[in-house]
Design a protein around this ligand. Structure first.
Ligand SMILES: *[C@@H]1O[C@H](CO)[C@@H](O)[C@H](O)[C@H]1NC(C)=O
Ligand SMILES: *[C@@H]1O[C@H](CO)[C@@H](O)[C@H](O)[C@H]1NC(C)=O
Length: 387
């Protein structure tokens, strides 16, 4: 006998609700949260041969596969990509490419690249970044796989990834790079790692050339609030209806990656870039980060009484006057340039350092950084051209 539509629909929704509830509960368990945040078990491309970067599109002996040890004795897999100007100036393909690392580090800037979650350093979109960095930006590239990723040992944690980043930085310095020749670039989860490294270096008065945050997020808890599957199913929206549930999930966040709270510690020049068509992390995260950098330069944000019913006309006019003052101050500090068909660039300079926010029309989440326009903004902002 045919069943009515509504009973079936109700049953389907009950099952879906139960699955959703189970998924949320799992997220609060550290083991599952670690696997969800890092997705390090997804080792795409599967069965990578890290000894053969050529298989993934890089020129013969332009990339050196190496291992970097951390202070807590993890061993990280890494690739060092020699910049094209250096590589092309060699009379032939180098027979011992590793011997060229110190000279390449001495003569060309280097990009220290921190990739996003899931996949390995051999992932296709990442290779495209190394190719573009080493050719269009004439820079060497050091790309690591964090602990638990690729062929690296260990299990990822937030402090562990920060250690891995520092180990990669130290490796560059030990091999002859100077701090101001190193540009830190992070993508997605890697922006959290980049911010941790940049803050640590600033605390020690070490100044890298700058920091680039590609498709960043302001913190993991804010990602949980805004994450939507393919831009249509907001993950945490249903939880908003059960106030204690979203609080529970937020308290259960083990790996916080709260870049927004690190902002005051990051001293050098910063470029934030985000595509409007990023369906994984909305560009509102980048707007929020840019505002956090800008905030100390603006008059304080006005607030309204919590009980709006008691709002007087005087309070309202004070509020709107303060808001106008703040907006005007922002307009005087921030320069905005429209880049035809490509995006919008906002920037300000504060005690000699530039903070730039590039909002692009295209690129999505994974391919933002391989756009020529984004590469060029990186090159101009950090003086990589015309050397
Ligand atoms: C570090 O790791 C190596 C090999 O994995 C091991 O032989 C060594 O004992 C470890 N050292 C420490 C200090 O844990
Ligand atoms: C590339 O480097 C390896 C050593 O890492 C060497 O054995 C090989 O001969 C080199 N290839 C060329 C074409 O020189």
């Amino acid at each position: 006998m045919a069943q009515g539509f509504f009973p079936v629909a109700r049953r389907v929704f009950t099952v879906m609700g139960a699955l959703y509830g189970a998924a949320i509960v799992l997220l609060t368990i550290p083991y599952f949260q670690t696997h969800t945040v890092f997705l390090h078990a997804v080792k795409i491309p599967w069965f990578s041969n890290y000894e053969m970067p050529e298989r993934y599109g890089l020129a013969p002996n332009k990339t050196i596969n190496l291992r970097i040890s951390t202070t807590d004795n993890e061993s990280l897999g890494a690739w060092f990509v020699i910049s094209d100007p250096y590589y092309h100036a060699l009379p032939t393909i180098p027979s011992q490419p590793a011997d060229h690392i110190p000279a390449a580090l001495k003569n060309h800037p280097t990009i220290l690249f921190f990739h996003g979650n899931a996949g390995t350093r051999a992932f296709k979109a990442r290779i495209q970044h190394y190719t573009a960095f080493s050719s269009r930006l004439s820079a060497n590239v050091l790309a690591i796989d964090y602990r638990g990723f690729g062929d690296s040992t260990g299990t990822p944690t937030e402090t562990g990834l920060a250690r891995d980043a520092r180990a990669a930085w130290n490796w560059l310095i030990q091999n002859g790079a100077t701090a101001n020749q190193i540009l830190i670039i992070g993508h997605s989860l890697g922006t959290g790692v980049s911010a941790l490294l940049a803050a640590e270096l600033s605390d020690e008065a070490i100044s890298p050339r700058g920091v680039v945050l590609l498709s960043p997020f302001s913190s993991i808890s804010k990602v949980l609030e805004t994450y939507s599957i393919l831009g249509v199913l907001p993950l945490m929206k249903p939880l908003a209806m059960i106030p204690w549930a979203s609080t529970l999930v937020k308290h259960a966040v083990v790996h916080t990656f709260a870049t927004d709270t690190l902002v005051p510690r990051i001293k050098g020049p910063v470029l934030i870039a985000h595509a409007e068509n990023d369906w994984d992390i909305p560009y509102s995260h980048s707007e929020a980060l840019f505002s956090t950098f800008l905030d100390p330069l603006l008059p304080p944000a006005p607030s309204l009484p919590s009980n709006l019913a008691s709002l007087t006309e005087l309070q309202w006019s004070e509020f709107s006057a303060q808001l106008t003052t703040r907006t005007d101050a922002r307009g005087k500090i921030v320069t905005t340039v429209e880049l035809h068909n490509f995006g919008t660039m906002h920037e300000f300079t504060e005690s000699g350092r530039k903070v730039v926010f590039l909002q692009t029309l295209a690129g999505g989440h994974d391919y933002l950084g391989v756009q020529e326009g984004v590469q060029d903004v990186i090159g101009r902002t950090f003086g990589l051209f015309g050397r």
